[in-house]
Design a protein around this ligand. Structure first.
Ligand code: FAD
Ligand code: 2HG
Ligand code: ZN
Length: 468
């Protein structure tokens, strides 16, 4: 089947408005959020149902044309961007965005893959329920994309990664068949836990069309503090105290370097309300109990007396709380506005974070000497998960590879992972193949070959599959 035949067949099955081919219409789907990857496509298909997705997949499989699944296109690893060949079909789930059912008692929500996270959480909040996934792109990121990347965010220390909340899934496979278990059972050991195979699979094993997620009772009371600390060691000390003192009410514990916050202040004309030190921590607790505020204030009093803190402020109301979070959630955009950066989404055991940061300074100094590049770290992350966005602003594009390799070698030496929450996509594929255990890579390739023998689904991302 030629490309023209495929387009004609797609148009036979879907209304013309659901198949985009004009360059201007396709353009937003062909580059990633950072504008780092640019691709081309035969068309962008916008299915409205699982049956539409099956039809598109079958036709592409017949034509031997690759499919690039896309949700909100906010991913940071280039996973949703097609290659430059112009032979792929981008399959956007954005029009499959229905919330199918909310079960307040069974604590589940069923929704189509294209529903936007903020929309889903707002609908749940109206029913005093929540899906505790929180990050800066929540106004665009979709449920399918969140599951396909196993997204993390600020609440992982209490609620785990997105994949931990999956109770049901509907997936279209590479041959167009569908596997669907949407009853949302909390307990089901009647077979392999197959759904987890698709969590974090970045569109390379199947297309997620619907999911059932475990939800929680909304915690209406929250307490939030923005704190300045002189060292990463002090921040870890405070985290240990918070784990003991706040327990499972601790919802977020985010670390940000002073330099990174100063870039946010400059880029968005914002003012950090505390006297800054080397590190800032944004700490939040939430609860269903009205006593949270008293307990949180008592904890903070003890923290100030411990001598760990240089300065700090507790949000007195919702608008101050939002102002603290605005500083935190603007870090990625401020970085993008500050020049070219080399991103690292690393994790190490929590106990080794201070060690990693100290050794990181030495590693960067070495790379700067070797490459002649000027390097400015823009570091922040999720302390409770041992996850740092160890991003380096760099004036020389050619130095990016050397920086990546040096940082990743240190991560491995510290017993860590070179991608904690953003995934592999195309950005980290060669580094994953350089560093991952060969047995794991071989297993992944066997799974890929079994589920997608013709490498139709998202080739060149996450898993190297043979393209016939
Ligand atoms: P896309 O970007 O469209 O796709 C991502 C990957 O999933 C691609 O490989 C794509 O092929 C695949 N995919 C998408 N939909 C499907 C589907 N239905 N079926 C199969 N495969 C699919 N991530 C975190 O983990 N934590 C954070 O704190 C965080 N903060 C962010 C802040 C900002 C400002 C930005 C821009 C991004 C952030 N991210 C964060 C990145 C995060 O991974 C994405 O925002 C989100 O998980 C991806 O959702 P999406 O719908 O945009 O997916
Ligand atoms: C965050 O924690 C996101 O804000 C984005 O994971 C990280 O920009 C980044 O590198
Ligand atoms: Zn993050």
């Amino acid at each position: 089947m030629t490309s023209d035949d495929l387009l004609a067949a797609l148009r036979d099955h879907l209304p013309a408005r659901d198949i985009l081919t004009a360059a201007d219409d396709m353009q937003p789907f062909l580059k990633d959020w950072r504008h780092m990857f640019h691709g081309a496509a035969l068309c962008v298909a916008l299915p409205r149902s699982t049956a539409d997705v099956q039809q598109i997949v079958r036709l592409c499989a017949q034509a031997g044309v690759a499919i690039v699944p896309q949700g909100g296109n906010t991913g940071l690893a280039g996973g949703a961007t097609p290659d430059a060949s112009g032979r792929s079909v981008v399959l956007s789930l954005s029009r499959m965005n229905r919330i199918v059912a909310i079960d307040r008692t069974g604590l589940t929500v069923t929704a189509e893959a294209g529903v936007i996270l903020d929309t889903l959480r707002a609908a749940l909040a109206e029913m005093q329920r929540d899906l505790p996934i929180s990050f800066g792109a929540s106004g665009s990121a979709t449920l399918g994309g969140i599951l396909a990347t196993n997204a993390g965010g600020a609440n992982v220390l209490r609620s785990g990664m997105a994949g931990r909340m999956v109770l049901g899934l509907e997936v279209v496979l590479a041959d167009g068949s569908v596997v669907s278990e949407l009853s949302g059972l909390h307990k089901d050991n009647s077979g392999l836990n197959w759904m987890q195979l698709f969590v974090g699979s970045e569109g390379s094993l199947g297309i997620i069309t619907q999911a059932v997620m475990r939800i929680e009772t909304l915690r209406p009371y929250s307490a939030t503090a923005l704190l300045a600390l002189p060292s990463a060691g002090a921040a870890l000390g405070l985290y240990t105290r918070a784990v003991d003192g706040i327990g499972d009410r601790l919802a977020a514990f985010e670390i940000m370097s002073r330099d990174a916050i100063e870039r946010v202040e400059k880029a968005f004309d914002l003012k950090c309300p505390v006297e800054k030190d080397a590190w800032l921590v944004l700490m939040e607790a939430s609860s269903t109990s009205v006593h949270l505020e008293d307990d949180f204030n008592a904890f903070m009093e003890g923290a100030f007396e411990s001598g760990l803190l240089a300065d700090g402020a507790i949000a007195a109301n919702q608008s101050q709380r939002q102002a603290f979070w605005r500083l935190r959630e603007s870090l990625t955009e401020a970085e993008a506005l500050s020049g070219r950066s080399v991103k690292h989404d690393i994790s190490v055991p929590v106990s080794r974070m201070a060690d990693f940061l100290a050794r990181g300074d030495a590693v960067l100094a070495d790379v700067a000497r070797q490459t002649g590049a000027v390097l400015n770290p823009h570091v922040f992350g999720h302390i409770g998960d041992g996850n740092l966005h160890y991003n380096i602003l760099c004036d020389r594009h050619e130095a990016a590879g050397a920086i990546n390799r040096a940082v990743h070698d240190l991560v491995i030496a510290c017993g860590g992972s070179i991608t904690a929450e953003h995934g592999v996509g195309q950005y980290r594929l060669s580094e994953v193949y350089r560093l991952a255990p060969p047995a794991r890579l071989a297993l992944q390739e066997r799974i890929k070959a079994a589920l997608d023998p013709d490498t139709i689904l998202n080739p060149g991302k996450l898993i190297r599959g043979a393209r016939p």
